[in-house]
Every structure is written in structure tokens, then in C-alpha cells.
Design a protein around this ligand. Sequence first.
Ligand SMILES: [Zn+2]
Length: 385
Amino acid sequence: MGLVNKGLRIRIYPNLDMRQKIEQNIGNARFVWNQLRQMYNETYRMFKDHGYTRLQCNMNTFNTMLNMLKKEYSFLGLSESTSLQQVFRDLLHAFNKFFKYGAGYPRRKTKRNPKQSFRIQNNKKTNSIRVNGRYFHLPKLGDVKFRTSDEYMGLLNDSVINNVTIVKDNGLYFAVVNIETIHTPIQSVNEGAVGIDLGLKNLATLSTGLKIVNLNFTKEEERINFYQRQMSRRKEGSRGFKEAQCKYWKWVNRKKNRKTDSYHRFTHYLITHFSTICMETLNIKGMFQNNKWSPKLQRNGLYHIVEQLRYKCDWNDCDFVQVDRFYPSSQLCHECGYQHHDLGIGVGVWFCPECGCRHDRDVNASLNIRDEGLRLLKEQKTNKK
Ligand SMILES: [Zn+2]
């Protein structure tokens, strides 16, 4: 594997002055996003009245619109200039996703969202973004203190910085640094292929028989609800409100960190132990329609696991195969191939009527997913030849 882009999320500690500047930048980026979106909408409507169904937007149109906005609103001059260009790039990307891939229509950005951000581009000639010991040098903001692991420190010093996104997330500040670096694949204990059955009761079941349980977030959720109620009783902006808000943020962040950490551990385990990973394609939309399941599923965040596996496999030369979700993985007997058509959803253990074999539902399903995945992989490889 050669050059890859990596995003490093690093905690930063801006002082009061910097925090104000960050607020200003975030506010301006949000303002420009909403204004450009509005302008686009109006033009689109006009086009539609004249019988055109789609309006092609490109960099030039948005650039002109941005210049118009800059003349009208002087406070936009306070922003880091590349951060506003980034906004229309992102907006353009969002519109393209909407027209080409059927993603949702780009939404208005609101102040209410606990996660706010803006992105600045590194000028590679002048190195406008650079690392000075324990400080990031950022244009218009100055030197911002950060803290991170030795591993990330090494990566930062050895690679080219593409851009930095400053994120304000539930009261904490982060810099997500996008770098270009050479990735050396992780040495793995090769145990061949594995099938994964993602589930509701357990997060995942592997074809080796290993079951990964869901984390228990009862404590975090209790505290989050408690401080949320406390905030709603207090006057917004008062000292008591801010105290409750700090504690609320603390627990929200703790829950999120535990979750992402567990996903990374799981996907890391997989890529360090197996050379082929087989999984079902997810039908998140369909799953969420089922009300009984949705709260647990939201906790799972299966989508993140798939995304992580996709890039980690790519970086470390693993094969990642997704089996069609209509493949009846849980109904087939792994021993003799008999299909048990009326296997109920809640059944954990079943006996095959054909060969009498005892099956754990999830392990059996993951074994079938593994075999089907290997078959698909073979097919793909022969097709390539
Ligand atoms: Zn059987």
C-alpha cells in the first residue's frame, strides 16, 4: 500500500481569544453555507419555472456568489479565506451527492447542532499550517496548544498536511488533521477467512464462535438524562445552567468515546487476525423502520463498523466481501445445506430436521456468510482474469 490519506483527531486547547475567533469562523462558515444554499434554491426554482429540471452548479458559480456575499457582508473578511472556499466545495459535493447518488438534499446548518466545524486548507508552498513542538500554527488563529499520543506526533512530523478541520464538539475543541502518509501494513496472525453476523442481541458473532457483546451504556444514559433535565429547569446562560451543561457534555463525550473505542478495537482485532473478512450488506433504512429494534440499533452504529472495515482492509491488504442481505444465511444448515424456511426470528438454538445437527443460530449464520463470501471472492477473481 502506498500513499494514503488519514484523518487524525487531536484535542486542542485554544485560549479565550482563539475561542472567540473559532466561534467567528464557525459562524461565518455556517452563514455562507446557508446563504449559498438559499441562492442556489432560488435560481433552481426560476429554472424550474422555465422547464429546466436540473441546474448544473460548478466552482465558478459558487465562487462568484461568494464574492458577492463578501462585498455585502464585511464580517466575512474576518474569516480565514480558505475556510469559506471550503464551504462551497463541501456544498458542491453535497449537491452532487444529491443529484448523482440520491443522497438527501443539503440541509440548512443550525446553531443548535452540538457539533460545529470549519476547515482550512494548507498552502503547501508557504506551509501555512505547521507543527511547532506542542503547538499548531494556524493562519489567523496563531499557535494553538494540542496534546496527542507519540504515534500521532510521529505521523504529524513525518507527513504532509492537506487540511485541518477545527471541530467544536459538545464543549471540546478538536483539530482533525488530514495528512498524506505512507502506510505500512500491520503484521497479522493469519487465520484465514472469517464470517461475521451482525446482530441485535450481540454486536457481532464470528464464525470462529466468538461472540462480541454490546456495551452497556445504562449509567451514561442515566446521567445524560439527569443533566438534561437539570438544564431544562435552569435559565439558559446562568451559572447553574453552565455547570449542568459541563457535566452533560462530559457524559455525552464519555459515551461516545467508549463506543468509538470499542468499534476500533473490534475492527483492529479482525484485520490483525484474518486475511478475508465476510459480512452481510446492511439494510439500515429497513432496520430502522422496525420500531422494536431501532433503539438498540442506534446504539450499535453498525454503519461505522462497516466503514472502518472497508478502509482498514484496503490499507492492510485484506479482502473484504459483503454478501447480499437476501442470502438466507440464518436459515441454511451449515452441515447439509437444508433450508429451514420457517425459522422464527427469536430462535437462538435449532436442530436441523435433515441431519439432526444442533445449531447456534448466529454461529451457523456466520459460517454460511463466510462460505458464501469466499465463493463470491473466487468468482470476482476469476472474472478479473
Ligand atoms: Zn443439516
